[in-house]
Design a protein around this ligand. Structure first.
Ligand code: ADP
Ligand code: ASP
Ligand code: MG
Length: 823
């Protein structure tokens, strides 16, 4: 004998109903078959809703109408396909049954409340109507079929009317007296049983799975098949994690743990009966009967990573905490909590006790909250009155995320990975618990983050790919070059299991967004046509992240905009990493400078700005590494401007200052207005960033920027006029250069840090100085430190240009992943 159970999703309409019937009859041709059915999807929800509505004195007709329509439509359609189906008596049965339902509801409306025994009778209607339809359909298909009435066969005295538990030994005896023919299909409504008074009880929402397991145990079935709308049990809820994968097999304890902690595909009570009688259980898809499904049995054979088999989540939980000085050394506190819950019939999903015995926290379903609170208050009444305990604390809107796997206990580092994944998704962990079997680890988290948490854990534990979601602000030279580099590198990164998706591109006027990743071959046109007629909007970006549960979002600032820079702290607080080529944030007030680092730390996000100094040259990270390892910056000398490096290099070759500046401008080395370079402010900003990095508490005003142009030179007005007038300075620079050359020196525009002070000035540089030969647009940075002296650590190379800067930004973007897989 095999038991086949079809869930509501497999019975939702006539087409699905006949699919299920086809599976039943084809099974019946090969072996004895018993069937358990749910109500068609949605019917039990209507029954629950009608009880609630009518109990409040409101009109519940629409719910009953909806149920009636579901069945009428079902029967009409079935009749079209199977004209010999006895639709008239079936329609009459439905009509009569619904009339009885109305009568019960009338009673409820008079009472303005619904006692549990009546509610159980009402909730069982869906299954009863459903099984009668299947009985007629199977008969219309010319198969012999009979009903099993669960109220007569399944005895359930425990668990009350609504969460009843079947006494399998007693029920088995009843079945033993029956005579079950192999050529007859036996059909039993799920979800339903009766107590010893013969009153109808129900087995808890989703309880038809349990009915099937009980029936399989009672009939000594060879197999229990649960037919549903997915291919089997996945390692994670496939609705939440799209790349969840199908599990071939699960052990009974694994399945029990998974269903207990929220995998809806199986009701938690299903496993005990089949495990007790060693009945294999197959989860199969009604819409893909050829699929192998998932086998639940003694042993599981799937290969596992880290011993973790699957992940699940339970939503709508509340956590109660009993705490206080009176708990220290008090014996049996946990027992008293459990007893109080058992007495009030509240099931406890998870419990943790702090090791100092100062508090006990436990999670329950939110719907049981007030019952639980009352029960705890009553149990600890004396202690509470005497202030031995603090007032009971309750936290709502929680979810429990659980990792399940038989061999987790023999694998090290699983919990570390689990909690790293939660941290990475910026999920706050409220409490943790490990099952004593070490078959599961659970974390209690805020419910609104449960999808992100599941995705992040799935990615860390099962998926070797890592994702970065880029939100680019500013798509001028550097931004555009970055997009080009990201596009070019995709394949190479894919080999390293890294996927960079560009989810947003914004300029000052428009913003283009796509959660699945923007097509980078055509972004300019798409951006021009983008619907969002504003520049970058944090609100839109945050909404995209929230709606799509993006877990590694990075805002990349390739502008030089002040307003964007002043929002970084907000970006970090919203869970974005920030990567920037823009120097404005790091040179704003010292308070903001600290705030950014604190926000990054508090939100476990990265704030990266390696291109702020020396563009693509690896300056900041190297300096940070040195300082972290105990080095100390004693002195710094550097050529920090590519344009000025170019200009003074040309002076060495005999060009005049105005010629050199014009040539630098023509070659695109300077800003469109070269005065932005010549003012020295850009160099001052870079120097300030280095100074702050090495621990100095300075601001831009503290930097001594010595004017490069002679004091009496008029540098106002139009750019072209300025360039023309610049010839007047040629003599000044010629004199300076000749003076330097007399001592074998050259002129270089240099930023210096020494004795806690910063200056930017035009200096004479001797031949033995590492900066002497630096020209042609190169940057060079000489760090004299405790470890590096008298010969300094010199970083040298092109420190400007869109391609190298974009590559530096790209490297920072990839660095957001750095801390992930180091465990
Ligand atoms: P039925 O109507 O057949 O009883 P349910 O809706 O009760 O179906 O259960 C099937 C659903 O369980 C699937 O559609 C899926 O969304 C959900 N589910 C949650 N976790 C898992 C998991 N780990 N594996 C498979 N399905 C899961
Ligand atoms: N019909 C019941 C419910 O929706 C039982 C079941 O489908 O398993 O909860
Ligand atoms: Mg179900």
């Amino acid at each position: 004998m095999r038991v086949l159970k079809f869930g509501g999703s497999s019975l939702a309409n006539a087409e699905r109903f006949t699919r299920s019937a086809d599976i039943i009859v084809s099974n019946a041709k090969q072996s004895g078959t018993a069937v358990v059915l749910s109500a068609p999807a949605g019917v039990t929800n209507h029954l629950v809703a009608v009880v609630e509505t009518v109990s409040q004195g409101l009109d519940g007709t629409s719910h009953v109408k909806a149920i009636e329509q579901t069945f009428q439509e079902l029967i009409l359609q079935l009749h079209i396909q199977y004209p010999n189906l006895e639709s008239e008596p079936l329609l009459a049965l439905i009509h009569n049954e619904l009339a009885q339902l109305q009568q019960l509801l009338h009673g409820v409306s008079l009472l303005k409340q619904c006692p549990d025994n009546i509610q159980a009778r009402i909730l069982a209607f869906g299954e009863w109507l459903s099984i009668n339809c299947m009985l007629q359909l199977v008969r219309a298909m010319n198969f012999n079929a009979e009903l099993i009435i669960p109220q007569q066969m399944l005895l359930a005295d425990q668990g009350g009317y609504l969460e009843a538990q079947v006494d399998i030994d007693q029920s088995k005896q009843r079945f033993a007296q029956g005579n079950f023919e192999l050529d007859c299909i036996y059909l039993m409504p799920g979800f339903t049983a009766a107590n010893s008074k013969g009153e109808t009880v129900v087995l808890g929402r989703n309880g038809s799975d349990y009915s099937a397991a009980v029936l399989a145990a009672c009939l000594d079935a060879k197999c229990c098949e649960i037919w549903t709308d997915v291919d089997g049990v996945y390692n994670c809820d496939p609705r939440v994690v799209s790349d969840a994968f199908l599990l071939k097999s699960l052990s009974y304890p694994e399945a029990m743990e998974l269903s207990y902690f929220g995998a809806k595909v199986l009701h938690p009570k299903t496993i005990a009966p089949i495990a007790r009688y060693h009945i294999p259980c197959l989860i199969k898809n009604t819409f893909n009967p050829q699929g192998e499904g998932t086998l639940i049995s003694q042993l599981s054979s799937d290969a596992e990573q880290y011993g973790v088999k699957a992940l699940s989540s339970l939503d709508e939980m509340s956590m109660l905490t009993v705490s206080g000085p009176g708990m220290k050394g008090m014996v049996g506190m946990a027992g008293r909590v459990f007893n109080a819950m058992a007495r009030s019939q509240v099931s406890v999903a998870l419990i943790t006790q702090s090791s100092c015995e100062y508090s006990i926290s436990f999670c329950i379903y939110s719907q049981d909250k007030s019952q639980a609170q009352q029960a705890v208050a009553a149990e600890f009444d004396l202690e509470l009155k005497n202030n031995l305990l603090e007032p009971l604390e309750t936290i709502d809107d929680l979810a429990i995320i659980t990792l399940v796997g038989d061999s987790m206990r023999t694998n090290k580092g699983v919990s570390a990975r689990f909690f790293t994944a939660l941290a990475e998704a910026s999920v706050n962990v409220v409490a943790i618990a490990q099952g004593s079997s070490e078959r599961s680890i659970s974390a209690v988290i805020p419910q609104q983050r449960s999808a992100e948490a599941l995705r992040s854990c799935h990615q860390n534990l099962f998926d070797s790919r890592q994702y970065i979601d880029v939100f680019l602000v500013g798509c001028g030279g550097v931004g555009a070059a970055l997009l080009e580099q990201i596009e070019q590198q995709q394949q190479h990164l894919a080999q390293q299991q890294i996927k960079v998706r560009v989810c947003a591109i914004a300029n000052s006027r428009q913003m283009l967004m796509n959660a699945k990743g923007i097509d980078l071959s055509n972004w300019r046109e798409d951006l021009n046509q983008a619907g969002l007629q504003h520049g970058f909007s944090l609100q839109s970006a945050a909404q995209l992240v929230a709606e799509n549960h993006v877990i590694n979002p990075v805002i990349v600032d390739c502008t030089s905009n002040d307003a964007i820079a002043m929002q970084y702290a907000l970006f970090l607080d919203h869970g974005f990493h920030v990567v920037t080529a823009n120097k404005k944030a790091n040179t704003a007030s010292m308070a903001y400078y600290h705030q950014l680092r604190q926000s990054a730390m508090a939100n476990r996000r990265k704030f990266l700005y390696d291109t702020n100094v020396g563009a693509g040259l690896p300056v900041i990270e190297n300096l940070q590494n040195l300082l972290r390892a105990g080095d100390q910056l004693l002195r710094f000398n550097g050529i920090l401007s590519g344009s000025l490096s170019y200009i003074f290099g040309l002076l060495d070759e005999g060009l005049s200052f105005s010629q050199a500046t014009a040539q630098a401008r023509a070659n695109g080395f300077t800003e469109p207005d070269p005065r932005d370079d010549l003012s020295g402010m850009d160099v001052a900003r870079k120097l300030l960033i280095l100074a702050r990095e090495s621990g100095l508490d300075l601001s831009l005003d503290d930097i001594d920027v010595q004017a490069m142009l002679p004091a009496d030179f008029d540098s106002e007005g139009d750019v072209e006029d300025f360039m023309e007038r610049l010839k007047q300075t040629d003599g000044h620079f010629k004199d300076k250069l000749e003076k330097a050359q007399r001592d074998g020196k050259v002129l270089r525009y240099i930023g210096q840090i020494e004795n806690g002070r910063c200056s930017v000035s035009l200096l004479e540089v001797a031949e033995d100085d590492p900066l002497h030969r630096v020209k042609d647009g190169e940057n060079a940075l000489a760090f004299y430190s405790r470890y590096y002296q008298p010969i300094p650590l010199v970083l040298r190379g092109y420190g400007a240009g869109t391609a190298v800067t974009a590559a530096g930004v790209f490297a920072d973007v990839l660095r957001t992943l750095n801390w992930k897989r180091e465990l």
